[in-house]
Design a protein around this ligand. Sequence first.
Ligand code: ALA
Length: 474
Amino acid sequence: MGLWTRKTIQELQESSEEGGQKLSRHLGAVDLIFLGIGCIVGAGLFSITGIAAAENAGPAIVISFIIASIGCAFAGLCYSELAAMIPIAGSAYTFAYATMGELMAWSIGWTLILEYAIGAAAVSISWSAYLVSLLQDFNLQLPTSITASPWQPVKLVNGIQEYGIINLPALLIVVLISIILIIGIKQSAIANAVMVVTKVSVTLAFIGIGYFYIDSANYHPFLPSNTGHFGEFGWSGVFRAAGIVFFAYIGFDAVSTAAQETKNPQRNMPIGILGSLVICTFLYVLFAYVMTGLVNYKDLNVAAPAALAIEHTPFHWLQWLVKIAILTGLTSVILVLLLGQSRIFYSMAKDGLLPAFFCEVHPKLHTPWRSNLILMVFVGSFGALAPLELVGSMTSIGTLLAFVMVCAGVLVLRYLEPNLIRPFKTPFVPWVPLMGICVCLFMMFFLGWENWMRLFLWLVIGLLIYFYYGRFHR
Ligand code: ALA
């Protein structure tokens, strides 16, 4: 047993079906596309787009969305190959165990915390902003001190900037969802479909209505010139914004965790992963185009920019409907991210890399309740105290690293086990995985050194835990 010990695909399949818990294959391609969109459309579109347009790219944010989608398409093809071949919940962590060994699997599992847990915190901050904005429509004004982080500037109506003390609504939604997860929730395909239809309808309505009120003056300049600082407008800004709005695409990889429950994963996994990506790319580009056409990009640095954009149409009454739909959509994303995180912790604890209480299932509720409680405290604290930009960028850089490893995993496994049956093959290997690695690294590079430092620190903490704990308990 060494750092590079790999689990064979057969071992992974056997351990996933231990105890006779075999999941039934009932999901089809359309279900997977709904699942994908359910996890994907959220804070990235409804909040982060505005911030990235205001600070990095201007209206050229639409180009950033296209660049991010290209990286995701390459990674999506690699996810499809591994998910069809290793159809087990655990996502990139499990793939890494099969391809690059224990140390890499641990590192990826550790990195996935940035994607799922920190990602959930980011979405909770966006949720809070939309709640505050909705309450304002009903003349209920919550003070900034309890609705924003101490590091998040909030622009008041009179133009004054204020900082908060704690973001209570963000904390509240994390607590509520954690309680639901502990009690046990069976997310039916129908409930998910309803939320997706609501979210997509609102997005389409925003695009359809907003299009007619675009002020073309807002597109000049389309690509504002660089301020002299790397990543602030100009092309470096467009690329940095691509790394930031990459957040909006996160979630298509969560489709791969449903591989075990999918009929004919060989055909349906790629359709689910890539189909949801294509639909979201289409929606995102149009949404960003309309948003930056309605509001001058300089004014979009608010946490609820879609609401601000609607104020620029005569349909003010639509605002609260749109906000309720966005709140529902964001709730589903937080739920799926927290659920996914507890599943990944569960797999890691089962392998002994994390303490056993992470996979302890409540005898009556049948949920990993301790894991959910710990996550509630961790994610809740980030939601309550961190600014959206910080957690959003950390989520993006962590997820990009996981995608790089998944692309590399395809190459490694093709080399080590060329004869394995691959129900779905990534086309043009090695080029597609290599392009995936390059585009994701490229976006990571533009996220700036502060985020690299945070990622580095995070990995160092992870390695310390592995060398002082995981290695002895696996
Ligand atoms: N893609 C998800 C969102 O934007 C995480 O909220």
